[in-house]
Design a protein around this ligand. Structure first.
Ligand code: GLC
Length: 610
């Protein structure tokens, strides 16, 4: 059995300047990491079996002595244990506690067989989706390490869609994990970790050390006439359109690392020294001191799923909610010792400040809009109401009519004298999933989606944002981007991949029926339309103008949504409840002082904490 050093495999590029000797990891080529303690391989012929598999959860210890004792609250609902009939490839779920004869597993067709088993058969769309996902798997030195972004046989110009994108792989990873296939996810996490310390430069300038690539590709290079070797070639934004660093990649990596541990029960991965260092590097990069006055993360335009200019530079909600989730994950996963205690303290302080800031300043509903409408401006003092000097004229006319009586949402972005009132789906969903919003706000976001179903879901879930930038706004803000024309692509196109995040948010809030409705809509069209990347028009009626077909995260998002719905116990491992401990942390130390009041304590009267 030959042992290869991972770093060695990246040998077409000079060794990293940041090369970390200490964390140099070895990997055996033939053996994928040993999960035997916690998992069993189910598929023999096919990489993916057509059945749900559960990793034994016995080693899910609620408190593993890490940085937080606060764990996701176990849900009090009674869930079904799931068993697999590998031979028939049929998902068999045994319901332990049957409340009534009619009980069903949410969102899936179930039938009760004679022996009390609940049998769920995959739809044609699911079967095809698994085939496509399987075909999208990328191998490196014989092991699966990710999935390509799109696998459209008719596409003669795949650009970078033949690469493994970090963010795109997340729904694939969850689908595999929920199927019982942990190796691909583990391999992905370890290989991308090695890429983190890669030498990266754009015109001789290097971004921060903890940066994770947007994507990577497996290339075969010739060593001499007879031998070739495979290398991983990362893209940190230096080839991406606009040359933007993918801020979300590292955040997704941390979120996926936690999900892997939670679902497989294999916590040994996150406990490894090199993995702990990877988390610390990402956190150090995000928590580095700068000129910021706000706890939100300051980024350039296009640093996330929306990776082209769309006016989301500054403090976009999507990044903040992923940042908050990654902070919560890190708090759970970092082992506390002398070398990490300062970082853990910084994480706790940031979590608390960030949630306060978002809950207080990003929230809009009809009452808040009316408040902004009557704002006084040019207020000079530390206790001004209109802290960011927002001019009421900035409230866009569409919003006055659009905002429903019930419900609300978190703003797209907040800067001095600027509120971006667009509704961004991903940021709002992750605020629910991570409990960045208060329980009431989270509930209200789903109320708004229900009230504005036609605008946000329409014919195809889900609008990436609402509404579109049109006319001069489009010209000035997107730079006249022909791909981001109104109601297309990032400019209010509909992205089916967002379904799984919506599903998770709905399940967390106890409203799976909303997700079921959206999934049913998608299922009606996705297979017939050949799994497009995105849809266009106000109501999401048309396949997107430049949409790729057989887009992997469309396929995986659909499958993951189905699997989550069928498996609520697993879904509950992926979201967070309100953490009351965090609400009490305040780093300002002014609480007991008479001279000055803590602005957060004072403001708390206005926000809905519970
Ligand atoms: C586009 C999307 C981006 C995605 C990539 C690969 O660039 O904007 O979010 O990660 O395609 O699918």
């Amino acid at each position: 059995m030959s042992t290869i050093h991972l770093i060695r495999k990246f040998s077409t590029k000079p060794p990293s300047r940041f090369y970390r000797n200490l964390f140099f990891s070895t990997f055996t080529k033939e053996s994928t990491p040993d999960l035997s303690r916690t998992t069993r391989t189910i598929s023999t012929q096919r990489f993916i079996s057509s059945s749900i598999w559960r990793f034994p959860q016995s080693n899910l210890s609620p408190n593993r002595g890490f940085s937080t004792s606060v764990e996701t609250n176990p849900t009090d609902k009674s869930f079904g244990r799931i068993h697999v009939d590998v031979q028939s490839g049929v998902i068999v779920e045994r319901i332990h506690k049957i409340e009534s004869e009619e009980e069903t597993v949410s969102g899936v067709n179930v039938e009760t067989s004679g022996d009390g088993k609940v049998v769920r058969e995959e739809s044609e769309a699911e079967k095809e989706a698994w085939r496509i996902l399987e075909d999208a798997v990328v191998r490196y030195c014989g092991s699966p390490v990710g999935t390509v972004a799109a696998n459209d046989p008719g596409d003669k110009m795949p650009l970078n869609y033949d690469q493994v994108f970090i963010r795109d792989f997340v729904p694939s990873a969850l689908a595999f994990l929920l199927k019982g296939e942990g190796d691909i996810v583990r391999n992905f996490l370890l290989h991308t970790l090695q890429l983190q310390s890669w030498e990266k430069t754009v015109d001789c300038y290097s971004p921060g050390q903890g940066l994770m690539p947007a994507s990577f590709k497996v290339r075969t290079v010739a060593l001499d006439e007879n031998t070739t070797e495979e290398v991983l070639d990362p893209d940190f934004g230096e080839s991406a359109i606009g040359r933007v660093a993918p801020v979300d990649s590292g955040l997704w990596w941390i979120i996926l690392l936690r999900a892997y541990g939670k679902i497989t029960g294999d916590f040994s991965l996150q406990e490894r020294i090199d993995v702990q260092t990877g988390i610390k590097l990402i956190m150090n990069l995000c928590l580095a001191d700068g000129f910021d006055m706000f706890p939100t993360l300051l980024v350039t335009d296009g640093s996330c799923m929306i990776d082209r200019r769309m006016g989301i530079h500054g403090h976009p909600l999507e990044i903040q909610s992923l940042f908050y989730s990654a902070l919560r994950c890190s708090r759970e996963m970092l082992s506390v010792n002398d070398s990490s205690k300062n970082l853990v303290r910084a994480i706790n302080n940031r979590l608390s400040a960030l949630s306060f800031h978002i809950r207080e300043y990003y929230w809009v509903d009809i009452k808040k809009i009316n408040e902004i409408y009557r704002y006084k401006t040019e207020e000079y003092s530390t206790d001004a109401t209109n802290k960011f000097n927002i001019y009421p004229e900035q409230i866009p006319p569409w919003l006055m009519d659009w905002i429903p009586e019930q419900g609300g949402y978190l703003l797209g972005n907040l800067q001095p004298a600027h509120m971006d009132f667009r509704f961004f789906s991903l940021g709002n969903f992750w605020s629910i999933v991570s409990s960045l919003g208060t329980p009431k706000q989270n509930e209200a976001i789903l109320n708004l989606i229900e009230a504005k179903w036609e605008d946000i879901i329409g014919n195809m879930p889900l609008k990436i944002c609402y509404p579109a930038l049109e006319y001069d706004d489009w010209r000035i803000i997107t730079g006249s981007d022909p791909k981001n024309t109104p109601w297309s692509y990032h400019n209010s196109g509909s992205w089916p991949t967002l379904l799984w995040q919506f599903t998770l948010a709905c399940m967390k809030m106890g409203r799976p029926e909303l997700a079921e409705k959206a999934i049913a809509l998608a299922e009606k069209r996705l297979m017939a339309d050949r799994w497009p990347e995105y849809y266009d028009t106000r109501s999401g009626k048309f396949i997107g103008k430049q949409s790729r077909l057989y887009q992997t995260w469309t396929v995986a998002g659909f499958l993951t949504s189905k699997l989550l719905l069928a498996n609520p116990e697993m879904a509950s491992l992926l979201f967070w409840e309100e953490d009351y401990e965090l609400l009490d942390i305040c780093a300002c130390g002014l609480r007991k002082s008479d001279r000055k009041k803590c602005s957060r304590v004072a403001a708390k009267t206005q926000i809905l904490v519970r």
